[in-house]
Design a protein around this ligand. Structure first.
Ligand SMILES: Nc1ncnc2c1ncn2[C@@H]1O[C@H](COP(=O)(O)OP(=O)(O)O)[C@@H](O)[C@H]1O
Ligand SMILES: [Mg+2]
Length: 253
C-alpha cells in the first residue's frame, strides 16, 4: 500500500482556553477525494486552515498535534511558501486579484519560476481547461477578472491554485454560492483531478458529498468543540452510518 500523502494526527486547535477542534486524526491518500461534512461551527474550515498553516498566533489560534505531508512535519520541516505551493487552499469566497484573468492565473507561479510567454500561455490554457473555464474565457484572457460571474471567479481561483501543480488541494465550500452550471463544472474538474492530486473538500451539500467523495469525515460540535464522530468510505457514511449523530445528520434530511 502506498503511504498517505497527508497524515493529520491528534490535531487540537484552541483559541485562548476554548477548544475549536479536538483529537482530529485522518489520512489523505493519493488518488482519493475526501469530503468533510458536518454542521456549521464544527471546525471544518479550521482544519483546512491548520493544514495550510493559516491557524497561527496572528489569527488568535494555537495548534498542537501533528500534520505530516509526505512524512515531514508541516510545522517544523516545510518552509511555509513551499508548503502552500504543494498544498493549495481554495477559499469559500473566491479570492480575485486586481488585473486580468491571465494575471490571476499566473499569480502564484511567477513567484516560483520564470517562464517564457509561450510556456505561460500553455499553462494558462491547461489549468483553465482543468478548471472547466477555458471555453468561457478564452477570448478575454487580458480583460479584468473582476468582470467574471461569481461562479467563473471561483473556477478562476481554482485554476490559479492548479497552476502551481499542487499535490494536495483543499477546498472550503467552493460551490456554496454558485449557480448549478458552475457547480457541475467544478465537480467534473475535481473528479478528473483525482488521478494527480489528493483532494480534501469541505461541503455543506450532502448531495455533493455523495456524488463525488471516496471517503467522508463527519464532524460534530455536540460536545462544545469540533471533533470527528465517524469517517469511512462514502457508502458507509451515507448508506450505513454507525454513530447516532451521523445517522441523524445524514439520514434525517
Ligand atoms: N480565529 C478564531 N478565533 C476564535 N474562534 C474562532 C476562530 N476561528 C474560528 N473560530 C470558531 O471556531 C468554531 C469553528 O469554526 P469553523 O472552523 O469556521 O467552522 P465550520 O467551518 O465547520 O463552520 C466557530 O465557533 C468559530 O467561531
Ligand atoms: Mg467553514
Amino acid at each position: 500500500m502506498t503511504p498517505p500523502v497527508l497524515q493529520v494526527q491528534q490535531l487540537h486547535v484552541t483559541a485562548g482556553d476554548q477548544s475549536i477542534v479536538r483529537d482530529v486524526t485522518f489520512d489523505l491518500s493519493r488518488g482519493e477525494l475526501t469530503t468533510i461534512i458536518g454542521p456549521s461551527g464544527s471546525g471544518k474550515s479550521t482544519i483546512l486552515r491548520a493544514i495550510n498553516r493559516l491557524a497561527d498566533k496572528e489569527s488568535g489560534l494555537q495548534v498542537s498535534g501533528s500534520i505530516r505531508y509526505k512524512g515531514c512535519d508541516v510545522f517544523r520541516c516545510c518552509p511555509v511558501n513551499e508548503l502552500r505551493r504543494d498544498i493549495s487552499l481554495v477559499f469559500q469566497k473566491p479570492c480575485i486579484f486586481p488585473g486580468s484573468i491571465r494575471r490571476n492565473v499566473l499569480f502564484g507561479v511567477r513567484h516560483h519560476q520564470p517562464m517564457s510567454r509561450t510556456r505561460q500561455n500553455d499553462l494558462i490554457e491547461k489549468v483553465l481547461r482543468q478548471a472547466h473555464l477555458f471555453k468561457e474565457v478564452k477570448d478575454r484572457l487580458n480583460k479584468p477578472a473582476h468582470l467574471l460571474s461569481i461562479g467563473q471567479k471561483q473556477r478562476l481561483a481554482f485554476a490559479r491554485s492548479l497552476a502551481v501543480n499542487p499535490a494536495v488541494i483543499l477546498l472550503d465550500e467552493p460551490t456554496s454560492s454558485l449557480d448549478p452550471h458552475s457547480t457541475i463544472e467544478i465537480e467534473k474538474a475535481l473528479r478528473e483531478l483525482k488521478s494527480t492530486c489528493s483532494i480534501l473538500l469541505v461541503t455543506h451539500s450532502l448531495e455533493q458529498g455523495r456524488r463525488i467523495s471516496d471517503r467522508v469525515i463527519f464532524m460534530s460540535n455536540s460536545q462544545g468543540f469540533g471533533t470527528i464522530v465517524e469517517q469511512g468510505a462514502v457508502e458507509q457514511i451515507f448508506e450505513n452510518p454507525q454513530h447516532p449523530d451521523t445517522q441523524q445528520y445524514v439520514l434525517n434530511r
